[in-house]
Design a protein around this ligand. Structure first.
Ligand code: HEM
Length: 314
């Protein structure tokens, strides 16, 4: 038994040494062929980086200037595919769109960014709110510019959204097939105005207090839901259970109204508006891109002589 073990152990050792030797030999043989092949590949890669494995793993198609490659270039790129593969040259001219939809969206991004920064300093309570605004204005480094960026972007967004709507109306872009997107736009307009209105109360100054007092007093007269509105009293509406009471969280503009404004302003309305914007942009794509005076065409195609029956008549 002991002999067997010894001989097995000896044989095992010999087997292992042989195995290692052959593997090392094979590796050396492979290196002799692999290294030159790898070196050639590296040199080829330096000569033409578009042929390297790294490049082709990222960019999966050629880049010759053909309409197909242009479309593939956009569609196969994770960032660029957010944009349409082809767009109507004339439709994206600033003189046509005034860039107002894009500017509105850009202002919304600024508002979100500056708004989140303001949230680090602001407490929505009667004791703190106005003090926080004073603190931001006078003590917080860059607080004044931060607050003013938020205020000015808010004013500009309201102006831009109206101008955008005006442009869409002037170019008749509310017509078929864009009726649905026009309606999404109307909701976006309402939510933009609501963002502005709810933000008004947050500094808890006299201006905001009275603006919101006047604004929410109008809610008393809401048909059916306001205690002074048509059929309101018949439906049992009082100053303590009507729609105004729901908006303010009470019968006067006070601590609850401030808290409700804050939550609507910072969470509720931005979320709804963001979802609507996603739908809005998706619909622009689905409705055939931005409406425009001329059909989709590349600059290169526009210069070429036209073919077909229409060209014969030209
Ligand atoms: C937060 C508000 C809004 C944002 C961020 C926004 C954004 C945009 C953007 C970026 C476009 C692409 C074309 C362009 O820039 O002009 C667009 C198109 C459009 N928007 Fe808006 N929009 C908003 C509100 C509105 C409103 C209030 C309306 C109308 C009631 C509207 C109706 C439309 C329509 C119909 C189109 C397609 C226009 C076309 O094909 O020419 N949008 N929007």
């Amino acid at each position: 038994m002991a002999d067997e073990n010894n001989s097995n152990g000896k044989n095992g050792k010999v087997g292992l040494v042989e195995q290692v030797t052959t593997t090392v030999k094979e590796d050396i043989r492979a290196l002799k062929t692999d290294i030159p092949a790898k070196a050639k590949e590296q040199i080829d890669g330096l000569k033409d980086p578009t042929k390297t494995q790294v490049y082709t793993s990222i960019f999966r198609h050629k880049h010759d200037d053909t309409p197909r490659n242009r479309a593939l270039g956009v569609l196969s790129n994770v960032f660029l595919h957010l944009h349409p593969a082809k767009i109507n040259r004339d439709a994206v001219r600033y003189s046509y769109t005034w860039g107002m939809g894009g500017i509105t969206f850009y202002l919304f991004i600024i508002l979100t960014y500056t708004g989140v920064l303001l949230m680090f300093y602001y407490h929505p309570s009667k004791v703190q709110a106005f003090r926080d605004v004073l603190y931001l204005e006078h003590d917080v480094p860059f607080g004044k510019i931060l607050r003013n960026m938020h205020r000015w972007a808010a004013h500009l967004m309201v102006i831009a959204v109206w101008l955008h709507m005006f442009r869409v109306f002037l170019t008749g872009s509310y017509k078929k097939p864009r009726e649905f997107n026009w309606n999404i736009g109307v909701l976006l307009l309402v939510f933009t105005l609501l963002l502005s209105f709810t933000g008004y109360l947050l500094p808890d100054d006299q201006l905001g207090f009275w603006a919101v007092t006047v604004g929410t007093n109008m809610a008393r007269a809401t048909p059916l839901l306001g205690h002074e509105g048509p059929f309101g009293s018949q439906l049992g509406m009082t100053p303590y259970n009507d729609v105004r009471f729901g908006l303010l969280g009470g019968s006067i503009v006070d601590a609850n109204a401030l808290l409700r404004s804050y939550i609507w302003h910072c969470i509720g309305i931005p979320i709804v508006a963001s979802v609507l914007m996603i739908v809005h942009f998706w619909r622009v794509r689905k409705d055939g891109g931005i409406s425009g005076p001329a059909p989709v065409m590349l600059a290169a195609e526009a210069d070429k002589p036209r073919r077909g029956p229409k060209a014969a008549g030209e």
